[in-house]
Design a protein around this ligand. Structure first.
Ligand SMILES: *Cc1c(COP(=O)(O)O)cnc(C)c1O
Length: 387
């Protein structure tokens, strides 16, 4: 089955009623005919709502199918999914992570998990030598984000996984920006995928949710154990919405990518723009690897304006269609200033080390008509240059 067919059909119709839209099983527990012998649904035991719920299982299995995996595990947020992976570690373990990664992941690593004696170090993973040199005898995880947030750096996942596997290090890829339509990290050699399903997977800016996907039965069982034992599970209503969003992922990603390409090309030619970060531009240092490991280049574009604070302020004030907001991957185009918004939890030194300019602007191209998006940027840039 091809991608969109899988996205639409994996969850099936409701086995009980034939409902074509998979129902919201709004229940906290399930009846058992014989004590200790709960019913099963798509491989999960229906004993208690934290352990499993059919709406959740339908979502988990659908995302797993799209990633070419056997096991999907849903969480209340992307950060809860990240946490579930970290909860499989022990004191004394080390995690080697990409230096340019989601600010909330960085915050959880440094402000919470490191309190339990887990060590973290950060390197530029676009240079494979840094991975080779950064691995230690106690390294358990290599944590990659490609394309990364917010600089859209591209790491060669297959090559990085090969280096990590020589030392039996588990490879985690945050596939939030790419989604399985653009990139299949497990096929490239990764062991675990995390998603903030809040973003493209759901795609409508109306849910926060997260997922872990794996083909490794042992890792999958450990993370399912954490899912139940820690309990950061999504409710059935949220699972329903994510499952609904997932069905149109292919169509949405195509438009996100087309819009981002148009916006990036427009910005790259504008005299007030100092630098554009978009892996689809041949000038992007990761362009060739992105072509090799991705279907297209994604819906995110970052850039830096020339000029001073007043130009920057006038630009943001001049936007009408772009909404100033955190998050990404929804139908509406959003614009953010990572240093004061999504990445404010990263200290300034770490941000500068990662190459995040104090004036960096990040765009999530929505599903509007690209001509309207460009016209909106044109107006705001004109106001910025007159400021
Ligand atoms: C948003 C995001 C997360 C965190 O997900 P939440 O659903 O907000 O908890 C993790 N990784 C990336 C790349 C993200 O963009």
């Amino acid at each position: 089955m091809k991608f969109s067919t899988k996205a639409i059909h994996t969850s099936g119709n409701d086995p009980q009623t034939g409902a074509v839209a998979f129902p919201i099983y709004q229940t906290s527990t399930f009846s058992q005919d014989v004590p200790g012998q709960p019913r099963e649904f798509q491989g999960r035991r229906l004993s208690y709502g934290r352990s499993a719920n059919p709406t959740r299982t339908a979502l988990e299995n659908s995302v797993a199918a799209l990633e070419g995996a056997r096991i999907g595990i849903a969480f209340s947020t992307g950060l809860a999914a990240i946490n579930a992976i970290l909860m499989t570690l022990k004191t004394g373990d080390h995690v080697l992570a990409a230096q340019d990664l989601y600010g909330g992941a960085y915050r959880q690593f440094m402000k919470i998990i490191s309190n339990f004696g887990v060590e973290f170090s950060f390197v530029d993973t676009t240079d494979l030598n840094n991975i080779r040199e950064g691995l230690r005898s106690n390294t358990k995880l290599l944590w990659l984000e490609s394309p990364s947030n917010p600089l859209l750096n591209i790491t060669d996942i297959a090559a990085a996984a090969e280096i990590a596997h020589e030392q039996a290090v588990t490879v985690v890829v945050d596939n939030t920006f790419a989604t399985p339509w653009l990139q299949l990290p497990l096929q490239l050699g990764a062991d675990l995928i995390i998603h903030s399903a809040t973003k493209y997977i759901n795609g409508h800016s109306d849910v926060v949710s997260g997922l872990v996907v794996t083909n490794d039965e042992e890792l999958g069982a450990k993370i399912q154990f954490v899912q139940n034992a820690i309990g950061a599970v999504p409710g059935p209503q949220d699972c329903f919405l994510v499952l609904r969003g997932l069905k149109t992922l292919e169509l949405r990603m195509q438009r996100h990518c087309d819009n981002a390409r148009a916006v990036a090309e427009y910005l790259a030619d504008h005299e007030l723009v100092k630098k554009v970060y978009f892996p689809g531009l041949p000038s992007h240092p990761g362009h060739d690897i992105a072509r090799k490991q991705m279907n297209d280049f994604g819906g995110m574009v970052s850039f830096v304006l020339k000029g001073e604070q007043k130009n920057f302020d006038a630009f943001f004030a001049g936007l009408k269609i772009f909404t100033i907001a955190e998050s990404l991957g929804g139908v509406k185009s959003l614009i953010a200033h990572p240093p004061s918004m999504t990445h404010a939890s990263m200290d300034e030194a770490a941000r500068h080390k990662a190459g995040i300019d104090d004036g960096l602007i990040r765009i999530s191209c929505g599903l509007e008509n690209s001509e309207d998006l460009i016209a909106d940027l044109e107006d705001a840039l004109a106001k910025a240059s007159q400021a």
